[in-house]
Design a protein around this ligand. Structure first.
Ligand code: AMP
Length: 197
């Protein structure tokens, strides 16, 4: 499955909780980039230029990284992608990667959130985690980029009949419960089987 939502909607926190519950790996492209930045790899150096400005890392870098990660054995029985795809091109690339692996997406969940609330949350996170892309200017840019490039993807997945929307406002546990209920209520045998474990 894929978890989508604007920066600050609580995607990372919820992705970890839901993936844990479903027993599948949580794959966050942002986290893979940040790990590469702190390790000082070539990939990290290249990605960092874009991340610091609140822009998307080019598809040529991002797609190859995702293809590699999804091909690893722990993802063979399912995975939760957090932060990918973010562009229409990435939607097409993900389809190609999954076809190559003999699988397809079951669900795309969009966590919705109020803009003022997400800016407030991200500024608070900046104080706690010190992420360099959590300054107010970069936060506003990341929200703009999300609205222009990523929000439209929900229509693609809605047309495929695999999109669910979940309200991301409220306490962390409440939102997790909402997500699990939304997944559980869907008529996919796979999701039912996993949630009931
Ligand atoms: P995140 O942790 O999901 O907020 O991602 C942090 C940053 O990593 C983003 O602002 C982008 O610069 C970069 N990034 C993460 N995922 C992608 C992606 N799918 N495509 C392009 N850039 C990405």
């Amino acid at each position: 499955m894929v978890l989508m939502g604007p920066p600050g909607a609580g995607k990372g926190t919820q992705a970890a909780a839901v993936a844990g519950r479903l027993g599948i790996p949580h794959i966050s492209t942002g986290e893979i980039f940040r790990a590469n930045v702190s390790e000082g790899t070539d990939l990290g150096r290249e990605a960092n230029r874009y991340m610091d400005a609140g822009e998307y890392v080019p598809d040529s870098i991002t797609n190859a990284m995702v293809a590699d990660r999804l091909g690893q054995s722990d993802a063979a029985n399912g995975f939760l992608l957090d932060g990918y795809p973010r562009t229409l091109e990435q939607v097409g690339e993900l389809d190609r990667i999954l076809t190559g692996l003999g699988t397809r997406l079951d669900r795309v969940v969009e966590i919705t959130a109020d803009t003022d609330e997400v800016v407030a949350r991200l500024l608070k996170r900046a104080e706690i985690e010190g992420r360099p892309d959590d300054t107010e200017e970069v936060i506003r840019r990341r929200l703009e980029v999300y609205a222009a490039q990523t929000e439209p993807l929900v229509h693609v997945y809605a047309d495929r009949g695999i999109l669910v929307r979940v309200d991301g406002m409220g306490a962390v546990d409440e939102v997790t419960a909402r997500l699990l209920t939304a997944l559980d209520s869907l008529p996919t045998a796979w999701v039912h089987r996993r949630v009931q474990r």
